[in-house]
Design a protein around this ligand. Structure first.
Ligand SMILES: NC(=O)c1ccc[n+]([C@@H]2O[C@H](COP(=O)([O-])OP(=O)(O)OC[C@H]3O[C@@H](n4cnc5c(N)ncnc54)[C@H](OP(=O)(O)O)[C@@H]3O)[C@@H](O)[C@H]2O)c1
Length: 379
């Protein structure tokens, strides 16, 4: 299978990608559109004529953004709705109040490299926000997406996914020291896998989902890292936010992507599947993980049975003194109130099964799990 190529690239902006595209009569939701890439994604979609919902947790900031987008595009159909992806009740309130078809869902919101935090349900915050919240959102909106017959889900992932597969036996760092970058990487791998599986399961509804790496852009995302990313990106690879939104807008709107799903894009083009970090140019490549397809291109073609993660993707390699057989529960006593728990963690996937078209809808992790662990604050 050949990689999808477009006329756009690293320097393309969201406005350039959307030029000439008419989204009149189309409805789009952009999560996390109160700052950063989400704002410019929403602006480009609004400029093309779509009705936009900014799904944000800071609605006051969202209102300011909506007014700014309306002023810059002349599109008054920009509304704001409250959505906290780390709060299942908030996601459910959003999805149940949605009325009518939805043509474009951009799962853009995210947090990166947070200090160790858990939701009241016991989920690690980055996994809860970046993956579980968007999972519940998309599945909750499935009927609205299906109503269109050709809806697109855009999943904003990151090169950070190359840092970690989804460690299904220890999503919540119960048996390994918390590492903010591994947690981010795990959540971003989950984003990629979601795009693959949503496309597969919802093919009969005409829904496609693709994942992307927007590039390296200075935004509020770096709030937990002193305004810096991983520190490994050379200055010439830093994008503006308008450039950072381009790949999202391409996946949401381009005729070149009609009917295409389960793939992973960087700089407005599909990027190859890789088996080792560094096998693709910086910020490119989508890692083959235990659950991603075996085919040599893209992230969404054939699938294969689970197999061990490539050595380069095994998170415990970052902590050579740790082994699978000797988890060091006492390493961070202040942040690991779960220390000394039973030796066998309940596998996560069963609770996260993606409902198919006839499924019973998203399920949330049970309440009160690991109640003694640190809870999130309001933000
Ligand atoms: N910037 C980069 O270099 C880069 C690189 C790779 C991938 N990405 C991805 O790009 C996406 C957008 O990031 P960005 O750079 O634009 O950062 P950003 O400016 O911080 O935007 C992230 C947005 O997500 C929102 N958000 C965070 N937690 C939320 C929650 N629980 N519920 C709802 N919304 C929540 C934030 O809202 P608040 O303002 O209320 O916190 C913010 O509006 C993220 O998924 C990120 O992982 C960015």
């Amino acid at each position: 299978m050949s990689l999808i190529r477009t006329p756009y690239g690293f320097a393309s902006t969201a406005a350039e990608v959307a030029a000439g595209i008419d989204l009149a009569g189309r409805r789009a939701v952009v999560t996390g559109a109160s700052s950063g890439i989400g704002v410019e994604t929403a602006r480009a979609l609004a400029a093309a004529g779509a009705e936009i919902t900014l799904a944000v947790r800071d609605t006051a900031a969202g209102q300011r953004v909506a007014a700014d987008i309306t002023a810059s595009t002349g599109n008054a159909a920009v509304r704001v709705a409250a959505l906290d992806l780390a709060d299942p009740a908030s996601v459910a309130a959003f999805t149940t109040s949605w009325d009518g078809p939805l043509h474009i869902l951009v799962n853009n919101a995210g947090v990166m490299a947070c200090p160790e935090q858990y939701t009241p349900q016991g989920w690690e915050l980055q996994f809860a926000t970046n993956h579980l919240g968007h999972f519940a959102l998309a599945t909750g909106l499935h009927a609205a997406l299906a109503a269109d017959g050709a809806a697109r889900v855009v999943v904003v992932s990151s090169t950070g996914h190359q840092t970690s597969p989804v460690v299904f036996d220890d999503v919540n760092f119960a048996f390994r020291p918390y590492d903010p970058w591994l947690a981010y990487g795990q959540s971003k791998t989950a984003n990629v896998l979601f795009a693959v599986e949503a496309t597969r399961r919802w093919a009969g509804d005409g829904i496609t989902a693709n994942a992307l790496m927007p590039g390296a852009i200075y935004t509020r995302l770096q709030r937990h890292t002193g305004g810096r990313g991983s520190g490994k990106v050379p200055p010439e690879l830093i994008k503006t936010v308008e450039q950072g939104a381009a790949t999202s807008v391409l996946l949401a709107t381009s005729p070149l992507l009609k009917g295409v799903g389960g793939r992973y894009f960087v700089d407005c083009n599909e990027t190859p599947t890789i088996d080792r970090r560094g096998d693709a140019p910086a910020l490119h490549g989508v890692a083959r993980t235990p659950s991603t397809p075996a085919a040599p291109s893209g992230c969404g073609s054939t699938r294969r049975p689970c197999s061990p993660a490539p050595r380069s993707l095994r998170p415990w390699r970052r902590h050579d003194h740790h082994t699978e057989s000797r988890p060091d529960h006492g390493r961070h006593p202040g942040t690991r109130p779960g220390a000394g728990r039973r030796a066998g963690a309940t596998p996560v996937p069963a609770r996260h099964r993606l409902p198919d078209r006839t499924g019973s809808g998203p399920r949330h992790p049970r309440r009160g799990r690991r109640a003694g662990r640190r809870r999130t604050g309001a933000r």
